[in-house]
Design a binder for this molecule. Structure first.
Ligand SMILES: NC(=O)c1ccc[n+]([C@@H]2O[C@H](COP(=O)([O-])OP(=O)(O)OC[C@H]3O[C@@H](n4cnc5c(N)ncnc54)[C@H](OP(=O)(O)O)[C@@H]3O)[C@@H](O)[C@H]2O)c1
Length: 328
């Protein structure tokens, strides 16, 4: 086995913890450092996940000479600054979804990584799950004939906490950026292009962010995606992929462990569990890229992350939903 890839984790929140558990699934990965805004939080995280070095600032983590790649897991308004801090220190970066607050930020992040020749990828972990890989393969190989429609829904009812990340506009709150981005990214992955036209409605709640939304995206050739998302309404989490000769369904699509291919009313159910909590698959792809000298993953390329952010910008523009980052 080649030398392990040495990871750092930037922040100590919910998904940072999940990712640390996921990384432990990979024998060729080492979690060597964590960085937090507080030394106390970094120490506690390090103790829980057996991390050798804990830094009380993000800057110190970025400068840690033993770290090769940093996973950025802060709320979305900080993705650009945190990612670019790590890139400036010569580190590869895997950055949480949504990649940024808007397309302008995403473009700057991509340009920065490219100009430095460093690896950068959005942590859209769904794409790397074995069940999603199988679905892409079915669609690409024509198992459902010509692709015509994609439907995807992702919504849950979060507790009312106007200061928390989900509802607070300053922290990038709202359903579209939190979970709608999965649905938009899924449609992008399958349609392989940007939508030509978009129509959407949202309920903007009392904290000024979208609590639920429904969208229709029209792609070339009359292909259509119907997507919905919510942070205050419990929904099914299903994707339906409809072709001229059959259909595919997966639920929950964003953490799929099985998929059903239906052709001529015959169901073929395929079980493809992910490893551990599923977060290791994206990390394995980042490590493959690092080992093979690739600065972008063909499965989640930077240009597509930018197109997805452009789509999210276009949807938000219809609702008049602005964030502080849009004023920069
Ligand atoms: N892939 C997935 O399945 C998944 C799931 C959940 C979330 N996410 C994404 O991951 C990101 C983080 O979400 P999360 O649920 O982990 O959030 P969280 O539990 O609130 O944790 C965010 C962490 O970011 C750091 N942070 C830096 N500046 C902050 C600020 N001003 N306010 C609050 N926290 C700040 C904090 O770590 P320190 O105190 O240590 O600095 C905090 O613990 C979001 O972009 C979200 O979309 C992805």
């Amino acid at each position: 086995m080649s030398d392990p890839i040495r990871w750092g984790i930037l922040s100590t929140g919910n998904i940072a913890r999940q990712f640390a558990r996921g990384l432990a699934e990979l024998p060729d990965a080492r979690l060597v450092a964590v960085g937090s805004r507080s030394q106390e939080q970094a120490d506690a995280f390090a103790e829980q996940f057996d991390v050798p070095r804990c830094h009380g600032t993000y800057e110190a983590l970025a400068e840690d000479p033993d770290v090769e790649i940093i996973y950025v897991a802060t709320p979305h308004p900080f993705h650009e600054a945190n990612t670019r801090l790590c890139l400036a220190a010569g580190k590869a970066v895997l950055c949480e979804k949504p990649f940024a607050m808007n397309a302008a930020e995403a473009r700057r992040m991509a340009a920065d990584a490219r100009s430095r020749g460093l690896f950068l990828m959005e942590a859209m972990w769904t794409r790397f799950l074995p069940a999603t890989v199988k679905i892409r393969e079915w669609v690409r190989n024509g198992a459902i004939g010509e692709l015509r429609m994609v439907a995807a829904d992702f919504g849950f009812r979060a507790a009312w906490n106007p200061n928390g990340r989900l509802l607070n506009r300053e922290l990038g709150g709202g359903a579209l950026l939190d979970v709608g981005c999965y649905a938009v990214s899924y449609a992008s992955m399958l349609m392989q292009s940007a939508p030509e036209e978009i129509a959407g409605f949202a309920h903007i709640g009392e904290t000024g962010v979208d609590e639920q939304a429904g969208m229709v995206l029209r792609y070339s050739g009359g292909r259509i995606a119907t997507l919905s998302c919510a942070i205050r309404t419990a929904m099914r989490h299903e994707a339906r992929i409809l072709g001229a000769g059959g259909r595919i369904s997966a639920e929950p699509f964003w953490r799929a462990q099985e998929a059903v291919l239906t052709v001529d009313d015959e169901d073929q159910r395929v079980s493809l569990p992910f490893r551990g909590n599923g977060y290791c698959h994206q990390a394995a792809e980042a490590m493959r890229c690092l080992r093979e000298g690739e600065t972008e993953s063909p499965i989640m390329p930077l240009d597509e992350s930018i197109v997805i952010m452009e789509t999210l910008d276009r949807i938000r523009a219809q609702w008049g939903l602005q964030y502080p980052a849009d004023e920069a």
